[in-house]
Design a protein around this ligand. Structure first.
Ligand code: DAH
Length: 349
């Protein structure tokens, strides 16, 4: 009788896993056979009623069924697991032929690019980068730089005054020269550059803006010559506009330098043959400079008998317009088309 039951169950479990498709069905079967009231569990409990001499054999048979069930169970369980992993892999597969997500990358503004390249070069020549205030005193912007009140050269820098005549928006970065010399109290050699914003009461047009950017340079030491200035300018010109650029000085006038010069480079567009960029002259003016006027040295606490030096000033927008072929200064400030900036890829610094 027990043998019949055992045989029945043995027959029942062979093949029951064939129709199992997922984990849930598999677990249901486990409960059905091995759970608290499972068929194999209940069969095992019959052992109590079995005569002693048959117990051993009965126990072995039930174990056989359980082992068979468990073996089948593990086999099917790992098959189902594998199947599920494969399904997951297939549904999550990456299509490498699809275009990737575009990650927007910023680019440096052309003004910033010119400033950074000048800073890199001049720092390698021992210059420090310093800053000065944009709201400045007339004293630093003009007076100490040998531009006393009523001086005709003030006319060239139509200025925004703030409440009276003492404070103004600096019309040039040159006041930083005075601040720096005063800070050093006539004692140390100085080598500084100062990039920054400057302001003039100009009507905005293609080449003028009420706010623009300059970079000042000042070197004070002993026994400095115009040749040192020329050499420095030559390095700057070649770095910005290419190794084959030639440079020249033209006489000029600035109250804070004596002598004063205009700094020209040979035209990079036509190689000095004459074109619309150099207006047929073969040369392009890129900045002003000169030997620091002894009056300025004295005003700022340096003994002109012992010290001398040179100063220079560049209009950064002008350099950027020349270098990148931009023909309207307002392009730098208006934000209407991001492509203006996007064309300046960081990599071609
Ligand atoms: N500050 C002058 C200007 O805005 C530019 C300049 C010329 C600066 C000669 C200098 C210099 O330091 O020596 O027009």
């Amino acid at each position: 009788m027990y043998n019949d039951k055992i045989q029945e169950l043995m027959n029942e479990i062979s093949g029951i896993f064939d129709s199992v498709n997922n984990k849930q069905e598999l677990e249901n079967l486990k409960t059905e056979y091995l759970g608290k009231n499972g068929k194999i569990t209940l069969l095992n409990q019959l052992i109590r009623e079995i005569p002693a001499e048959e117990k051993k054999e009965f126990g072995m048979k039930v174990n056989e069924i359980r082992t068979k069930f468990n073996d089948e169970y593990s086999k099917v369980a790992s098959m189902i697991e594998e199947k599920e992993i494969n399904e997951k892999l297939n549904s999550e597969a990456i299509d490498v032929s699809l275009p990737g997500t575009k990650i927007p990358v910023g680019t440096a503004h052309p003004i910033e690019r010119i400033i950074e390249s000048l800073e890199t070069l001049l720092m390698s020549m021992g210059y420090d980068v310093v800053e000065g205030p944009e709201v400045e005193k007339d004293l630093y912007n003009f007076e100490l730089l040998n531009l006393p009140k009523g001086h005709p050269a003030r006319d060239a820098q139509d200025t925004f005054y703030i409440k009276g005549e003492e404070w103004l928006l600096r019309s040039q970065t040159s006041p930083v020269q005075a601040r720096c010399m005063l800070e050093h109290e006539g004692k140390d050699p100085i080598r500084i550059i100062c990039p920054g914003k400057t302001y003039r009461r100009d009507e905005d047009d293609a080449t003028h803006s009420h706010q623009f950017t300059q970079m000042e340079g000042l070197l004070v030491d002993k026994g400095i010559t115009l040749g040192d200035l020329k050499g420095t300018f030559e390095e700057i010109a070649k770095m910005l506009f290419g190794k084959s650029r030639e440079t020249r000085f033209r006489p000029s006038f600035y109250p804070f330098t004596e002598p004063s010069v205009e700094m020209d480079i040979s035209c990079f567009n036509c190689n000095s043959k004459g074109c619309h960029i150099c207006k047929g002259t073969g040369w392009i003016t890129v900045g002003g400079a000169g030997m620091v006027n002894p009056i300025v040295l004295k005003n700022c606490g340096y003994d002109p008998e012992k010290w001398n030096g040179f100063a220079f000033g560049f209009g950064i927008e002008r350099l950027a317009m020349l270098k990148y072929g931009i023909n309207d200064i307002r392009t730098f400030y208006i934000n209407h088309d991001i492509r203006t900036l996007e064309q300046f890829d960081r990599r071609e610094y």
